[in-house]
Design a protein around this ligand. Structure first.
Ligand code: GLP
Length: 244
């Protein structure tokens, strides 16, 4: 793993945006795997800035998002569909129909998962996969469990994840209990992986991801087996790792 430790969230976001921009400069028709959540929002803002300055072009790329709540309406302001539209897609020249997100409106989630995997395979797999990490070590919505899920699948979100995500929902609004998530197999098949994390609440998961036993109980630990992973952290997320 190539591990970069930054002074703060802003530096982490800029470095990550630069790495995605570099991928698109070197290979404009890249297939990108994209992530949502609080962590990448500034990174997306930075990518939009780079696009507006003419540094990066999205017109030939294809993207697949890691996950989506299930069930959820695309029009819901809590959907990852809406998140991607607001944070990136509305501001750059991405081609219509080339930015894919698991469909939270699908009537048959298992069929949706199968078709999502087929689409990723038909594109030749993912060139660069962006990841955040949950406090419990989940990547995408691959929750700690007894085994690693290979393909896109329907997940029951665990309590810790629901609590962490409650901050994006209004009081009284129900936090979804399920999600569609790309599997660990999809993630590990990506040619390159970029994982970003900030804040002390991620420090334990980061330490275990890098130094812990490879186990589905800490899903991100599987990244130790990937040959091209870059981890960009702020000082807080790196705090346990740095002083161990
Ligand atoms: C969420 C998302 C993940 C994300 C992770 C961390 O539940 N489904 O894709 O990377 O958990 O989220 P955040 O960046 O908000 O801490």
């Amino acid at each position: 793993m190539n591990i970069l430790i930054c002074n703060d969230y802003e530096e982490m976001s800029k470095k990550a945006a630069n790495m995605i921009a570099a991928q698109l400069i070197v290979k404009p028709d890249s297939v990108l795997g994209l992530a949502t959540g609080g962590t990448p929002t500034l990174m997306y803002r930075e990518l939009v800035r780079l696009y507006k300055e003419g540094v990066v072009d999205f017109s030939k790329m294809t993207s697949f998002n890691l996950d989506e709540y299930y069930p959820i309406q695309k029009s819901s302001p809590r959907s990852y569909y809406d998140y991607m539209r607001i944070n990136l897609f509305d501001h750059v020249n991405i081609r219509q129909g080339e930015s894919h997100i698991p469909n939270g409106e699908a009537s048959d989630p298992h069929k949706e998962c199968k078709e999502y995997d087929e689409m990723i395979n038909a594109c030749g797999g993912i060139d660069l996969q962006l990841l955040g990490i949950g406090g419990n070590g989940h990547i995408g919505f691959n929750e700690p469990g007894e085994y690693f899920e290979m393909g896109t699948h329907l997940v029951n979100l665990n309590e810790e994840t629901k609590e962490a995500n409650a901050r994006f929902f209004e009081e009284g609004e129900e936090v979804p209990t399920k999600a569609l998530s790309m599997g660990i197999g999809n993630i590990m098949n990506a040619k390159k992986i970029l994982l970003i994390a900030n804040g002390t609440e991620k420090a334990d998961a980061i330490y275990d991801m890098i130094h812990g036993k490879i186990s589905p109980k800490l899903p991100a630990s599987i990244l130790q087996l990937h040959r091209d992973v870059t981890v960009i952290l702020d000082k807080d997320a790196a705090s346990k790792f740095m002083f161990s």
